[in-house]
Design a protein around this ligand. Structure first.
Ligand SMILES: NC(=O)c1ccc[n+]([C@@H]2O[C@H](COP(=O)([O-])OP(=O)(O)OC[C@H]3O[C@@H](n4cnc5c(N)ncnc54)[C@H](OP(=O)(O)O)[C@@H]3O)[C@@H](O)[C@H]2O)c1
Length: 297
């Protein structure tokens, strides 16, 4: 058996076309153009490539982008002044501060300074709290992308056993909540695994849906997967590869070749979850603009 590949690029393209249509509609009805303010500090390579991919996606969706770059030596005060300016700018509906920030900056304080109505990454304590008690909120982009991939690939989650590997604030914990909550794309029975888990394979072999966000290549191999399971690989890892121009290539957390022989559906890396993250950021920015224009849900 060879698993069906979940094509994240195709799902993302379908969603982005829907978003672009809604952006045009909002603009025609209210004159409002959704705007995203970005604060990029230092030159973390993953953040830089995320920001340039995001710029292109915003332009294609007809949205406004306000990019602000600060040197790695920027102070906490520099950063807070910038966030405050974006909080008060009516052209800006969403604010993105790519993490990680340089070590001398207090990430929690910076994120908490973002106005909740502009928190399109969904990371502020206020937004996370609202999500947990099922109030209207912005769903964090990568976890929401995972759920959209499942929904749009026709994977039933209700009543199934989902196993999530990872408990980070930005991926693992929110994925667990979204899979568990009583809603479309949720209502699963969820097991969470982390580095304290004994006998990881004993858990993963019971998963109908396996979401892997460990940040380590080969965390999951084919023998750890239940035959026919759906495997969502969130991991993005650089491994050395002298045959490539850059000297590295991207791999996920799942050993793809052995996993695809056992799984029923599987996401590739790249081209799986990755394209969904920016797409859900566009979705949240549109939602923020609709709400600001009084046309939101
Ligand atoms: N595609 C995208 O758009 C996107 C977005 C965000 C992140 N990512 C990728 O997703 C991966 C995870 O990101 P993250 O920010 O959640 O990483 P993280 O903060 O490093 O968290 C990793 C989690 O996995 C657990 N873990 C690590 N190794 C494990 C193992 N061998 N067995 C069981 N659990 C293990 C850790 O457990 P402990 O809590 O016990 O340490 C931790 O909870 C990374 O590769 C990242 O680059 C991709």
């Amino acid at each position: 058996m060879s698993a069906r590949i979940i094509d994240g690029k195709a799902v993302a393209a379908e969603l982005r076309a829907e978003i672009a249509r809604q952006v045009a509609e909002l603009k025609a009805k209210t004159g409002v153009v959704p705007g995203l303010g970005v604060v990029l500090v230092g030159d973390d390579p993953a953040s830089r490539s995320y920001v340039s991919a995001k710029e292109k996606a915003l332009a294609e969706a007809g949205m406004l982008s306000d990019d602000n770059r600060l040197p790695a030596t920027a102070t906490q005060a520099n950063l807070l002044v910038l966030v405050d300016r974006l909080n008060r700018d009516p052209r800006i509906h969403g604010i993105l501060v790519p993490l990680p920030l340089p070590k001398h900056l207090d990430e929690h304080a910076v994120i908490a300074a973002i106005a909740p109505e502009k928190d399109v990454d969904g990371f502020t304590p206020a937004n996370v709290g609202r999500m947990l008690i099922d109030l209207p909120c912005y769903l964090p982009c990568t976890p929401h992308g995972v759920i959209q991939l499942l929904l749009r690939s026709g994977v039933e989650t209700s009543g199934r056993h989902a196993v999530v590997i990872g408990r980070s604030n930005i991926v693992g914990k929110p994925v667990v909540h979204l899979l568990m909550r009583k809603a479309k794309g949720g209502n699963a029975t969820v097991t969470v695994c982390h580095t304290g888990t004994k006998d990881l394979a004993a858990h993963t072999r019971q998963a109908d849906i396996l979401v892997v966000a460990a940040g380590r290549p080969n965390t999951i191999t084919g023998d750890m997967i239940k035959p026919g399971a759906t495997v969502i690989d969130v991991g993005v890892n650089r491994v050395a590869d002298p045959k490539t121009k850059t000297g590295y290539r991207l791999v996920g957390d799942v050993e793809f070749d052995s996993a695809r022989k056992v799984a029923g559906l599987i996401t590739p890396v790249p081209g799986g979850v990755g394209p969904m993250t920016i797409t859900m950021l566009l979705h949240n920015t549109l939602l923020a603009a609709q709400r600001a224009a009084g046309a939101g849900r």
